[in-house]
Design a binder for this molecule. Structure first.
Ligand SMILES: *Cc1c(COP(=O)(O)O)cnc(C)c1O
Length: 393
């Protein structure tokens, strides 16, 4: 089918919850995406940070194929091997204590909120249930995670929203101290606000929060759904902030394109959730866990992570060198980069970049967001830089 007939069918049969780009993708190979006419694009989106090994990665494909014909799914009432191997790898890489498997980012964060509330209720009784999150954060689309999302534009249409949430200004410790009362059980934050506009948190802000929370037995939860799995040059971004969170959520990149998410917890939180208090039909099933096992075997290597760091630095450095009054700022960490432009002209730039063979994302009100596959080459990065030079000259 061609683009126009697919568009017709989409508008007839699919709910209109997305503004889609006018492009029909037909296949992917490595860091390239191809449209139906055979045009190639460098993929600086990786499905919003999902395809961390690019497209059609031979090892990932082989592992998935093998798992599909061995055991694709079985219920969590039985044991299976891939899941425990993924949990072991994640626990050993972080020094956390245990892993819970879910499917999506929202679901991982939903579990985090349940765990934080139960931890508090187990230790302090009812009433100490407030979750503090950051203004401009994004934590998902379920009712709980939407409420945790610190953006007013999401807090309409679905009333009543669950209670017990409040919002702290990012990088503003006094705002945090203002909101800190005896009802707070948990603080959740992204180290770099992704959807919010690629906004990294300051190291001092994060460390101060971690310290105060530890003193008061308030749980620190880090949402690494976008920043995790090597994206910023370490397995998890918080590892570069020198903190020890109690809960770390993840999803997007974990399965390299297969749906899997979940969260790690430290010793303190290891036994909060018990049989009957939480679960998931699909969470950590053999297919998705085998994909995650393969992704981690490649990404969680010191040389691989160092390479992500170097390529990210290289990309940002060269974008910063583009002399253009149209680029206001370049910021990010590793291969999570925001190029800040005039919001009025952003769509035009996105289309121009596509004309130059580069697909990009947006975030917040003024960021062009770059989340390439972590395996992108220096040569491909050079091509991307050249496209930016052309578009912004
Ligand atoms: C994408 C994202 C989510 C939501 O993940 P889904 O898989 O879409 O539910 C949550 N938190 C952060 C930081 C994200 O970037």
């Amino acid at each position: 089918m061609d683009l126009s007939s697919i568009k017709d069918m989409e508008s007839k049969y699919v709910m209109h919850t997305y503004h889609r780009e006018d492009i029909l993708l037909s296949k992917g190979q490595g860091c390239l995406l191809y449209d139906d006419k055979g045009n190639a694009y460098i993929d600086m989106t990786s499905g919003i940070g999902v395809n961390c090994l690019g497209h059609n990665h031979p090892e990932l494909v082989a592992a998935i194929q093998d798992q599909v014909q061995t055991l694709m799914h079985c219920s969590n009432v039985f044991y299976s091997e891939p899941m425990v191997l993924v949990a072991k790898e994640l626990v050993e890489a972080t020094g956390m204590s245990k892993m819970f498997f879910a499917n999506t980012g929202a679901e991982a964060n939903e579990g985090l909120i349940k765990l934080a509330r139960k931890y508090s209720q187990d230790h302090y009784g009812k009433g100490r249930h407030k979750i503090l999150s950051l203004v401009q954060s994004f934590h998902g689309r379920t009712m709980m995670t939407l409420t945790a999302t610190g953006q007013d534009k999401f807090h309409h249409d679905f009333d009543p929203f669950p209670e017990g949430f409040d919002y702290v200004k990012a990088n503003d410790l006094s705002s945090f101290l203002d909101k800190l009362d005896d009802s707070v059980c948990c603080v959740m934050m992204e180290m770099i606000q992704g959807e919010g506009g690629v906004l990294p948190l300051g190291r001092e802000f994060v460390q101060s929060i971690a310290k105060i929370c530890q003193e008061r037995d308030i749980l620190v939860a880090v949402d690494e759904v976008q920043t995790g799995i090597g994206r910023t040059g370490s397995l998890f971004c918080y590892q570069q902030y020198g903190i020890h969170p109690n809960i770390v959520t993840m999803a997007k990149g974990l399965g390299g394109g297969v749906v899997i998410g979940g969260f790690l917890v430290d010793q303190k939180c290891a036994d909060v959730l018990t049989p009957g208090t939480h679960g998931s039909t699909f969470g950590g099933n053999p297919l998705s866990a085998r994909a995650a096992q393969t992704v981690l075997s490649i990404v969680n290597q010191p040389e691989f992570l160092k390479d992500v760091q170097e390529k990210g630095d290289y990309l940002m450095e060269h974008l910063k060198q583009i002399v253009s009054s149209e680029i206001r700022e370049v910021r990010g960490m590793g291969l999570m980069v925001g190029v800040i432009v005039d919001p009025e002209k952003r769509t035009q730039y996105v289309h121009a970049l596509r004309e130059h063979g580069v697909l990009v994302l947006t975030a917040g009100k003024d960021a062009i967001r770059l989340l390439p596959p972590l395996i992108i080459t220096k040569e491909q990065i050079d091509t991307v830089i050249k496209a930016f030079q052309e578009v912004f000259k």
